[in-house]
Write a protein that binds this ligand. Structure first.
Ligand SMILES: [Zn+2]
Length: 312
């Protein structure tokens, strides 16, 4: 072939800000995933319909996809549904290869994904690598990697699911030292995770042979290296361990007793397990039938308990 121009664009899209955050290395390993899942689902509980359409990738592992949905049910409770309790109203769904083979759930997911954002109840898809082919993902504005993908190629393909409508989008990758010790994760991904000096966009562009293409551009919200503030929203408080939850539960129980509050032991359990959510009195009022005065007192008690436990 002669006179053929090859037009190639750098793989990192300008409207996706790239953020990488270390996950704490704690046992059991579920806790390191709680670090990502819990705050994200709590945010969904708070924002409801206003939550941005998000894909959470679990680097191909069915186990973590299943665990993610389990945490979603626990954190969201009845808020798992927008309105009537039926599958098409579910806020969080999982997507994996068996769903890809086609069934009713897949149809519901695809319909919801292509529905107008303000009307679709679906806000989070927890997926293995399967999601993407054939799905209309125009409205996705956040891609979260709960753990690192295996290759830079997979990373670019999966983060590229965000921001397809041209609006500003976010890609957040969580990792810890156990993840990057995995033999199936490439050296390039390990280096990308550990990097704390070089612009992430430049790293990606040079990995794919685009030299310093990105440094010539003026990307407005580039990455957490170019602007360290971008990390703030994603650096969460480590999840409470069972001893900490137990201490908070005991303290709430005695508060409830002293204040003579009518509240079931199941509600006390929920207050203790999701303590960070109930630091906000409005969330207590939303979930429990309590007066404003009691909700305020309860939220400030929970806030103090949480502070004591975290600083321990
Ligand atoms: Zn940058």
């Amino acid at each position: 072939m002669r006179n053929t121009d090859i037009i190639a664009t750098p793989p990192s899209k300008d409207n996706i800000s790239l953020i990488v955050v270390p996950r704490p290395f704690i046992t059991p390993v579920q806790k390191t995933y709680d670090y990502v899942f819990q705050p994200v689902f709590l945010e969904l509980k708070k924002k409801g319909q206003d939550f941005p359409l998000t894909i959470i990738y679990c680097s191909g592992s069915m186990d973590w996809v299943g665990y993610g949905i389990e945490v979603a049910w626990k954190v969201l409770g009845d808020d798992m549904y927008a309105g009537e309790k039926k599958t098409e109203n579910q806020r969080v769904v999982m997507y994996h290869s068996s769903i890809e083979k086609g069934d009713e759930v897949k149809k519901i997911i695809y319909t919801n994904l292509s529905t107008n954002l303000s009307e679709s109840p679906l806000k989070i898809v927890i997926a293995t690598i399967a999601l993407g082919m054939g799905a209309d993902l125009r409205h996705v504005s956040q891609v979260i990697h709960a753990g690192p993908p295996k290759s830079m190629e997979a990373y670019i393909q999966q983060t590229g699911r965000a921001g397809r409508d041209g609006t500003q989008a976010t890609a957040v990758l969580f990792w810890n030292k156990s993840d990057i010790g995995r033999p199936d994760v490439t050296q390039a991904v390990k280096d990308y995770c550990r990097n704390c000096d070089n612009c992430r966009r430049s790293l990606i562009d040079s990995y794919f042979g685009f030299g310093s293409a990105s440094s010539d551009k003026n990307v407005p919200i580039c990455c957490d290296i170019c602007d360290s503030n971008l990390k703030n929203d994603w650096s969460f408080t480590p999840p409470l361990n069972s001893l900490q939850i137990h201490a908070i539960r005991t303290a709430i129980q005695s508060f409830v007793k002293i204040q003579k509050i009518q509240i079931s032991s199941m509600c006390v359990e929920s207050l203790a397990s999701n303590a960070s959510y109930y630091v906000n009195a409005e969330n207590i009022l939303k979930e429990f039938k309590l007066s404003e005065t009691i909700a305020n007192a309860l939220s400030s008690t929970i806030s103090q308990l949480l502070e004591i436990q975290i600083s321990k």
